[in-house]
Design a protein around this ligand. Structure first.
Ligand SMILES: [Zn+2]
Length: 321
């Protein structure tokens, strides 16, 4: 049994809330509940398991569930805070058949000091744009690429999905392909989550206000035509949606922990088409357009950086209002 663990460091006040979010947001599996298809999970309170910390590797140790003689064979993804006793743990099984143990410990987290724009009393803000060309783009022009691994996985996923369509409904072979797809999805979300974790930790440390766009309803890809293109566009949209969902989930709880402000800008705000310099709103652009020149002031914009600047400014405007 492969087991990985995830640690939630959280003050008690927010335990339940974050716990629910943690599981809801972890991966993009179908919402539909169906036997054997969705996540199975079990929660254990303090009396439901035994914990023995490993003195050689503090923060890790043996967990034995009630009514079991052997401790779980755990591959620790992260150590718990040393010396803390888990208050609750949850064992889940995902569609790929992998088991996860999530361990909850009580810990008070002190908010970080407020970050100002150097030499001013303005809170330092960052606009965060999520995209297909780059995973995340900041208003200062910093770009974080999609992990190269993900591109390879995405291609493999597309291949498997084509294969799935060719298999007879209800057949064993179809089931096999489906399981492969589920394992790949799980792998993809792991890689993405790790990368975004590093990124969101940094963003929260360096900024007081974080601004992101509401992408909860996909609008980007509606223009694509043709069956092949549509499928590709759908896949691309799924990639952007998943990144955005995970980014938002992490920013939400980290902002809460560390005393930062998160602003989610309405999806009707024209972040891409608006010139961040003169605020003229241009025509709609195809997703393939990476650069454009403003008809109002003649500035050449990088599509994504301009969007990130607009988000930052709009977020600050909303805060001030
Ligand atoms: Zn302009």
């Amino acid at each position: 049994m492969v087991v990985s663990s995830t640690v939630l460091q959280q003050s008690l006040r927010h335990l339940d809330q974050a716990y629910g979010r943690f599981f809801r947001g972890e991966a993009r599996y179908p919402r539909r509940k169906k036997k054997g298809r969705s996540r199975d999970s079990a929660t254990y309170v303090r009396t439901g398991f035994k914990w023995v910390e490993d003195p050689g590797r503090p923060g890790t140790g043996l967990i034995t569930l009630a009514k079991q003689s052997e401790p779980l064979d755990i591959k620790w993804s992260r150590a718990l805070p040393a010396g803390k006793v888990p208050v609750r743990l949850s064992v889940t099984r995902d569609r790929a058949g992998r088991y996860f143990v999530s361990v909850l410990v009580e810990e008070r987290i002190a908010p970080l000091p407020v970050v100002f724009v150097p030499g001013t009393r303005e809170p330092k803000a960052v606009g965060v744009d999520v995209g297909l060309a780059s995973l995340v783009i900041l208003d200062d022009g910093t770009k974080f690429d999609h992990p190269r691994l993900l591109k390879r996985y995405a291609e493999k996923l597309a291949r498997l999905q084509r294969e799935l369509h060719r298999k007879v409904r209800g057949s064993k072979n179809r089931q096999k392909v489906r399981e492969k797809i589920a394992r790949l999805y799980a792998l993809i979300s792991d890689v993405r989550r790790d990368m975004l974790n590093q990124l969101t930790t940094r963003l929260v440390r360096e900024n007081q206000v974080l601004v992101v766009e509401d992408l909860s309803v996909g609008t980007l890809m509606s223009a694509a035509r043709g069956k092949g293109r549509r499928r590709k566009a759908k896949l691309n949209q799924a990639i952007v949606d998943a990144s955005w969902g995970e980014l938002l989930r992490q920013m939400r709880y980290k902002c809460e922990w560390y005393g930062r402000t998160l602003v989610v800008v309405d999806r009707f705000f024209p972040s891409t088409r608006r010139c961040s310099a003169c605020h003229v709103v241009g025509p709609r652009m195809d997703v393939s357009v990476r650069q454009w020149t403003c008809a109002g002031c003649g500035i050449l914009h990088d599509r994504d950086v301009n969007a990130a600047v607009n988000l930052r400014d709009e977020g600050l405007r909303l805060l001030a209002a």
